[in-house]
Design a protein around this ligand. Structure first.
Ligand SMILES: Nc1ncnc2c1ncn2[C@@H]1O[C@H](COP(=O)(O)OP(=O)(O)OP(=O)(O)O)[C@@H](O)[C@H]1O
Length: 267
């Protein structure tokens, strides 16, 4: 169930030279929500998520995570606070097993001290390693990739690779996970599986989700709330059915032209 505000974008603008990628965009995500950003190509969705992850710094405005201003915090520090994402720019190691790929994700975080604190009380490196393994095995079970846990990641199908990428992000146990087009390039069955995993992450693991996704069916099915961007501006936000019924959205995003009769002029 959604609770207090976990992430807030406060009048965020982003310019690339003369291009206004985002103009004055504000929104708030409640803990426990699946919140999706939709909009036509070039609307600013990826730019917005990159401002949240720390890859881009807004030209104006602020990003708050659990009430703390993180606008100027580097990506690694955001991860340590509990802001996770799939690593679009860090491909899986093709020659390494699925298990090792996910372990590497956790070790990476260990260095930042986040998990070290959590497992320190167990004492010793061996226990630490065991604690890691248990966590990783749990994630492997959850994402139903046990059958490929020892397979080199490079030999997996596209859908399975995407699932391993998700596992690696989940292994850091983020409070809020950013998913940039998690279903892109998937067939229907893979999409259905992915949608179920996202829902389970949200409902069973209590992870808040911020997602960009082009597949409207998926967005409408699994989102609590949806924000629509168009030309870098927020044009609507609300429950999926409200957003779909919004005339601005239908015009801008779905390309519909409203057929309202011309008013009759008197005289
Ligand atoms: N690194 C960049 N340098 C210059 N312009 C950029 C950069 N990133 C995005 N833009 C521009 O900002 C605008 C918003 O792009 P963005 O990628 O955020 O949109 P999007 O909604 O994610 O699009 P898509 O659905 O096609 O992925 C576009 O006009 C784009 O060309």
């Amino acid at each position: 169930m959604p609770g207090s505000t976990i992430l807030e974008a406060d009048r965020v603008s982003l310019r690339f030279g003369g291009v206004r990628a985002l103009t004055d965009v504000s929104f708030a995500i409640q803990a426990g929500e699946v919140f999706s950003i939709i909009g036509p190509n070039g609307a600013g969705k990826t730019s917005m998520v990159n401002c949240v992850s720390g890859r881009y710094r807004p030209t104006e405005g602020r990003i708050l995570f659990e009430g703390r201003d993180i606008t100027r915090l580097p990506t690694s520090r955001r991860a340590a606070l509990g802001l996770g994402r799939t690593f679009q720019n860090l491909a899986l190691f093709g020659h390494m097993t699925v298990l090792d790929n996910i372990m590497v994700g956790r070790h990476h975080l260990m260095k930042s001290g986040f998990i070290r604190g959590m497992v320190h009380w167990l004492g010793g490196a061996r226990q630490e390693e065991l604690a890691h393994r248990r966590e990783v095995e749990e994630i492997i079970d959850f994402l139903e990739i046990q059958h490929v846990r020892k397979a080199p990641a490079g030999t997996l199908s596209y859908g399975l690779r995407k699932r391993v990428e998700l596992a690696r992000a989940v292994a850091l146990r983020p409070k809020l996970i950013l998913l940039d087009e998690p279903m892109a390039g998937m067939n229907l069955e893979e999409k259905e599986d992915m949608a179920r995993f996202i829902l389970d992450l949200n409902q069973e693991w209590g992870m808040t989700v911020l997602m960009i996704e082009h597949d409207m069916g998926v967005v409408m099915d699994i989102s609590h709330r949806v924000m629509v961007l168009d030309f870098g501006r927020r044009i609507a936000e609300g429950l999926p059915e409200e957003v779909m019924a919004d005339s601005h959205v239908r015009r801008a995003y779905l390309g519909e032209v409203e057929e309202t009769p011309e008013p009759e002029t008197a005289g």
